[in-house]
Ligand binder design. Structure first.
Ligand code: GCV
Length: 651
């Protein structure tokens, strides 16, 4: 009966996803919220349906941390600062949303929380013209910031503990520092401040030339130093709590200190000195690689290790989780365990540049947890995530992509949370508290990343994407004149012997960048984890795998398993129709159908292409390709890097 009631209610109640996981109804409560005034109080007054709550400032609690205790018929939220009170308030509201009972029944609370990192930051790759690089959810929310949207953005981030946002693309236009842009940044900062969020900006290292009219941007030149100092002062006059700069320098054509014969440390420290009096920071990216390098995966380590210990205290080196570029699976970037004297932060990519954009359901927490199984959370200073947010009604393009924004925030608060805990919480908040729905969708979410690896790039294969976008497969893409490390054959190295990049001691030597134990493990084809085999080895087609199959047969089966999983996700969702409101049901179903078709496309394109090297049959005990290689090789998706493809393979 209850199920029917809930079912009828939820199916009739159309939802468009705009409320994210904060699907709270205004409370109309009589509860008294007393104590410290501010956003925490407003949120509780608006949404809390339980008994009296006291908000109290208390010394001795860590910055941004809080306690929530039931005391004498009241709930007391205590924190050292306003942000802590706000996080405590959202914790309470989360409990209310997750309980199947009345909020009045929430009692006997004794909660103590503090964040693992002081800096929990979103990186928007938003351009001044409103496009979003690798953005799959519409245009930039910062183009014409709508106050209601900004408020929701602030609430959503604060509810998961995110406390910083970089407003613009790391491929930064110099005009990011123009007076007009700074006024806009100020307006956004003013709107986000009540939610405990500081703004940061990406800067173009050549700004002194391009905005300031100087002849050089040499970080040791006195005029340049002066220019940056003035610019920083100008920013702090407008935004007194400005967070600092994010810098992509000497990478993919962006200017940097090396253009003037200086090092990354020279560049970062010069900016750090200008920011230091205001307590601002520099997040200096280690995403560097050069076309002449024999192995792109080696490059960041080679450039940054010699500088270990040379950075100013308010510089943090921001390193992508893997050594290449946000692939569906990479080993961790060896810089994380090698650099000992430099503050580091990890950069995850929430937007699914390489994992099916906003068309594929891929829950990323398992990928980030995998990273943390190698890199100790305590060895990092902060966490950054490349945002998947745009002006689409549902914010992220795919209803389930909201889970990745959510998971990023929750892990930046507490990297010890499990993927399952986070997914369970998100499902309850986002869909309903029906167990039937949650348990099945939970499995889909938890299996989705591995499924994506299987149908796209199993067994350590990487970067075999199309040349003009990173959505579909083009392992054959290799036109004349394109730099080698921007083509898939550079990475897969398929030939008549086998497949994969030899990064062993005999190959590029990349294994040496890892600690001894891992180096030995990865170096030996018989001990290297099979899920990274073709990352570290050129694997012979007949190499015997643990399953007893040859590498070729295993590869075929992995691809096919991925296809079946994607179809299974669709089947699970289809069965959810009675339990999910109609708009979200239809929209997710549409995406899952695309995903299932794309998985076939990936399997067929990759297997048929690699078969031209392996000359081995596709095993009889699996489904055989249904597409034609030549047709797939002719197929193009006419999208820019600012768009989500409407469909995948649709011939
Ligand atoms: C912002 C990859 C992406 C680029 C991105 C770059 C980076 O190469 O494809 O779009 O540029 O990473 O992280 O700087």
């Amino acid at each position: 009966m209850l199920v029917l009631l809930l079912t009828g209610w939820s199916a009739a109640y159309g939802e468009d996803g705009s409320r994210l996981w904060l699907r709270l109804e205004a409370a109309h409560n009589t509860a008294t919220i007393t104590g410290v005034k501010g956003t925490a109080m407003t949120e509780l007054q608006t949404y809390w349906q339980g008994g009296p709550v006291v908000l109290k400032r208390q010394k001795g609690i860590a910055r941004d941390g809080y306690t929530i205790k039931s005391q004498g018929g009241k709930i007391v939220i205590a924190a050292a600062n306003d942000a802590g009170l706000l996080y405590g308030a959202y914790h309470l509201l989360r409990l209310q949303q997750c309980t199947t009972q009345n909020a009045q029944s929430i009692k006997d609370l004794d909660i103590k929380e503090q964040p693992a990192y002081d800096l929990r930051i979103l990186n928007h790759w938003d351009n001044p013209n409103g496009t979003v690089e690798r953005g799959f959810a519409g245009r930039s929310i910062f183009l014409n910031p709508d106050p209601e949207r900004m408020k929701m953005y602030g609430r959503a981030n604060a509810s998961i503990g995110i406390n910083g946002t970089v407003l613009n693309n790391v491929n930064a236009k110099p005009e990011a520092l123009s007076s007009e842009s700074l006024q806009k940044a100020k307006s956004i900062a003013d709107q986000l401040r009540p939610y405990g969020i500081r703004v940061y900006l990406s800067i173009n290292f050549a700004s002194p030339i391009k905005v300031g009219g100087l002849k050089t941007a040499d970080p040791l030149n006195p005029d340049v130093i002066h220019w940056w100092k003035d610019k920083v002062n100008e920013i702090y006059k407008l935004i007194p709590d400005f967070g600092g700069f994010l810098v992509k320098a000497n990478s993919e054509g962006e200017p940097g200190p090396q253009d003037f014969g200086r090092t990354h440390a020279d560049g970062a420290n010069m900016l750090a000195k200008a920011l230091q009096p205001h307590k601002g920071i520099v997040m200096w990216r280690a995403f560097v690689y050069a076309p002449q390098s024999p192995d792109r995966a080696n490059q960041a380590y080679l450039e940054f290790m010699p500088l270990d210990g040379q950075f100013a205290d308010n510089v943090i080196i921001q390193i992508k989780n893997g050594p290449v570029d946000f692939q569906p699976r990479e080993p961790y970037s060896p810089l994380f365990t090698a650099m000992q004297k430099t503050p580091m932060m990890v950069e995850f990519q929430i937007t699914q540049e390489y994992l099916g954009a906003a068309n594929h359901l891929v829950y990323l927490a398992p990928m980030w947890k995998e990273f943390f199984s190698f890199v100790k959370p305590a060895s990092l200073r902060a966490m950054a995530g490349v945002a998947n947010i745009g002006d689409d009604t549902n914010w992220c393009g795919h209803h389930f992509a909201q889970a990745n924004w959510y998971a990023f925030g929750r892990l930046a608060w507490n990297p010890e949370l499990t993927s399952k805990e986070i997914a369970e919480e998100w499902l309850k908040l986002t869909f309903s508290t029906l167990d039937t729905l949650n348990s099945q969708l939970l499995s889909v979410m938890l299996d989705s990343r591995e499924a994506c690896v299987s149908y796209m790039m199993p067994l350590g294969i990487h970067h075999i994407f199309a040349g003009s976008h990173h959505y579909g497969p083009e392992p054959w893409y290799n036109p004349r004149g394109v730099r080698a490390d921007w083509t898939p054959p550079y990475y897969h190295r398929a030939d008549s012997v086998g497949l994969g990049f030899d990064r062993t001691m005999q190959g590029s030597g990349n294994v040496r960048q890892y600690p001894d134990e891992l180096c030995r493990l990865y170096n030996d084809i018989n001990t290297c984890p099979e899920n990274l085999l073709a990352w570290f080895h050129h694997v012979p087609w007949d190499h015997r795998m643990k399953s007893g199959r040859t590498f070729w047969d295993e590869l075929c089966h992995k691809y096919d398993d991925g296809v079946h999983e994607a179809r299974h996700f669709l089947a699970v969702w289809d069965a959810m129709q009675p339990y999910v409101d109609s708009q979200r049901f239809d929209e997710v179903q549409h995406k899952l159908r695309i995903q299932a078709r794309d998985a076939e496309w990936w399997r067929d394109a990759c297997l048929l292409y690699f078969q031209t090297f392996s000359h081995r049959p596709i095993p009889q005990d699996m489904e055989h390709p249904v597409h034609n290689l030549n047709e797939m090789m002719q197929f193009r998706i006419p999208i820019t890097m600012y768009e989500n493809p409407e469909y995948g393979y649709n011939k």
